[in-house]
Every structure is written in structure tokens, then in C-alpha cells.
Design a protein around this ligand. Structure first.
Ligand SMILES: NC(=O)C1=CN([C@@H]2O[C@H](COP(=O)(O)OP(=O)(O)OC[C@H]3O[C@@H](n4cnc5c(N)ncnc54)[C@H](OP(=O)(O)O)[C@@H]3O)[C@@H](O)[C@H]2O)C=CC1
Ligand SMILES: O=C(O)C1=N[C@H](C(=O)O)C[C@H](O)C1
Length: 268
């Protein structure tokens, strides 16, 4: 079987480095490019300097447009504005994209939907097998307890994370809302401070940012005198990176369209 060619965007980031490692250690894929911000001190160096390995003869580039091709898949875990700029270049070159970036505005999400009419895209706030399975479990728990339980989503991440609540927390909230047949924006309680008692049927969100927590998500179903908590705890970033590489291999064979990681894993 032909190997999938992969280009890693934002290769110097926390996830960029993890994605380089996952790509070079997977025999079914070939790393054909790694991109960093123009002016970054690592531009022109071998990716080995980022992942602490023997040289791979792949130099970090600042020219994404030159690397893109419809023969490769771009993996993008960056920041929303730069991610959308990169997406425009992927559309021009007809390169499929696996998107892991979170924190998009509504108009940026609409742009991704439009772009997916021209190229294949997987968009997921979380590429781990655990979280994608948890989404199904949350739907099931909502079906069983949703009309009786108070439902709250809690997430904790490292102190450098920019967006809040996390993309995963939003996806878990969407799963609850979908099962209840409501729009998340109509039932979400984004924060509580001061006089703010719980309203019936709301889904509360709470956020912690501290230290180097990789990512913990709880969905709590509280009943009278008992409580069910569904929890996912990432113990390293490897689960996200290896999931994104699985998605890239799958995406190579797909026509233009917007896909979820649950579709990639055959979970829906
Ligand atoms: N879907 C999933 O499974 C997961 C998603 N994520 C998401 O991935 C994203 C990245 O997370 P993380 O790696 O921790 O963040 P980092 O801050 O470590 O990385 C962000 C990267 O984007 C680069 N970047 C930002 N703006 C530009 C620009 N204008 N031009 C070029 N490069 C740019 C940064 O480069 P520089 O350092 O030079 O600024 C950096 O390399 C976040 O949105 C996070 O939520 C994270 C983990 C899992
Ligand atoms: O920024 C992170 O680190 C993570 N972001 C993703 C999110 O916003 O859900 C996924 C994971 O929890 C790590």
C-alpha cells in the first residue's frame, strides 16, 4: 500500500513536536514537510532538533505553500487565525487537511465548512480514542438520566492554553444538547459568579488552568443523593498525535467533505 505523505504545520508547538514524533515512528506514512513561523530560530534545521533523534534529512521550512500538494495530507494543530490562513493555501493546492486546532469563531467554523466543499477535511477538538468513545457514552448517559440529572462539564488544562472552555468540553456539551434535542447555546451556563443559582435543564461549564495538565474532562450527572461522573484524562499528548495520523491515513482516500474523528474510527 502506498504510504501517506504528511506535512506538519506549526511543527515547533507542543502538539507539532508530538505529531512529528508520531509521524516518523509510523511505517505507513512519510513525513514530507514540517513548517514553522517565518523567522523562527529552528527554520532551516533538521526536525531531529525538535524531537531529539538522529537526523531525518527533513528541514523545518517557513514556506507552507511550497510544500502543499494534493498528494499529501496537512496536519494542523496551531492557532485559529494562522490555521485559517493555512486552510486557504490548502484549498488552493487541493491538499486534504486534518484539523486539531480549537477556539475558532463562528465565522471561522463557517469558512471550514465552505472549504470542505472543495477538499477533504477532518475537524475534531480531540483525536484520542478515549474522548471519541466518551462522546458516545455521554449521549447514552444523557438518554438514561438527562431528564432527571443536573449535568455539568468540567475541564482542566495547562496554564498556556488560550481557548476556554476547551474544544473537547464544547463537544461533550454538544453531545448532551443533541441528545436532549436542544441547541447548546440555549442551555449552556458558561460561568457562575455571585448570585447565580442553577436553572433547571442547564448544562454548566467550569474551567481550570494550572501547571502542565495535559487535559482532563469530566461530565457529571448529579441526581438526588447520587452522582455519576464520566471522566477522560490524557496522560500524554501521544493519544492526540497518533489519532491525527490515523485520521490522515483515512482522509487520503476520501472525497471532499467535512468528517469527524468518530467517523474515522467507525464510532458513528
Ligand atoms: N484536537 C486535539 O486532539 C488537540 C487539539 N489541541 C489544540 O491544538 C492547538 C495547538 O496546541 P499546542 O500545540 O498546545 O499550542 P502551542 O502554542 O504549543 O502551538 C501553537 C503553534 O502554532 C504556531 N503559530 C501560531 N500562530 C502562527 C503564525 N501566525 N504563523 C506560524 N505559526 C504560528 C506557533 O508558533 P510560535 O511558537 O512560533 O508562535 C506554535 O508552533 C490548540 O488549539 C489546542 O487546543 C491540542 C491538543 C490536542
Ligand atoms: O490545548 C490543549 O492542550 C488541548 N486542547 C484540546 C481541546 O481544546 O479540547 C484537546 C485536549 O484536551 C488538549
Amino acid at each position: 500500500m502506498a504510504k501517506t505523505h504528511i506535512i506538519i504545520n506549526a511543527a515547533t508547538g507542543r502538539m507539532g513536536k508530538e505529531l512529528l514524533q508520531a509521524t516518523v515512528s509510523d511505517k505507513e506514512v512519510t513525513l514530507t514537510g514540517a513548517v514553522a513561523r517565518a523567522g523562527h530560530p529552528m527554520v532551516g534545521s533538521d526536525i531531529a532538533y525538535l524531537i531529539g533523534s538522529e537526523p531525518h534529512n527533513i528541514l523545518i521550512s517557513d514556506d507552507l505553500a511550497r510544500l502543499l500538494s494534493n498528494d499529501a495530507v496537512l496536519i494542523d494543530f496551531s492557532l485559529p487565525d494562522y490555521s485559517i490562513q493555512s486552510l486557504e493555501q490548502a484549498v488552493t493546492s487541493k491538499t486534504p487537511v486534518v484539523i486539531g486546532t480549537t477556539g475558532y469563531s463562528d465565522s471561522q467554523l463557517e469558512r471550514i465548512e465552505q472549504a470542505a466543499k472543495q477538499i477533504p477535511i477532518v475537524l475534531a477538538a480531540n483525536y484520542s480514542v478515549g474522548v471519541n468513545s466518551l462522546i458516545g457514552l455521554v449521549k447514552q448517559a444523557t438518554k438514561l438520566m438527562g431528564d432527571k440529572a443536573d449535568i455539568e462539564v468540567f475541564e482542566a488544562h495547562h496554564k498556556h492554553k488560550k481557548d476556554a472552555p476547551s474544544g473537547t468540553a464544547l463537544a461533550l456539551g454538544e453531545a448532551v444538547a443533541q441528545e436532549k434535542g436542544q441547541a447548546l447555546k440555549d442551555i449552556a451556563q458558561w460561568a457562575r459568579h455571585g448570585d447565580s443559582p442553577r436553572q433547571d435543564g442547564e448544562v454548566g461549564f467550569s474551567v481550570m488552568r494550572a501547571g502542565d495538565i495535559i487535559g482532563t474532562h469530566d461530565v457529571v450527572f448529579a441526581l438526588n443523593g447520587e452522582m455519576v461522573t464520566l471522566r477522560h484524562e490524557a496522560q500524554s499528548r501521544q493519544c492526540f498525535a497518533s489519532g491525527a495520523v490515523v485520521a490522515a491515513k483515512w482522509l487520503k482516500a476520501q472525497p471532499a467533505g467535512l468528517y469527524t474523528m468518530q467517523q474515522v474510527l467507525g464510532l458513528e
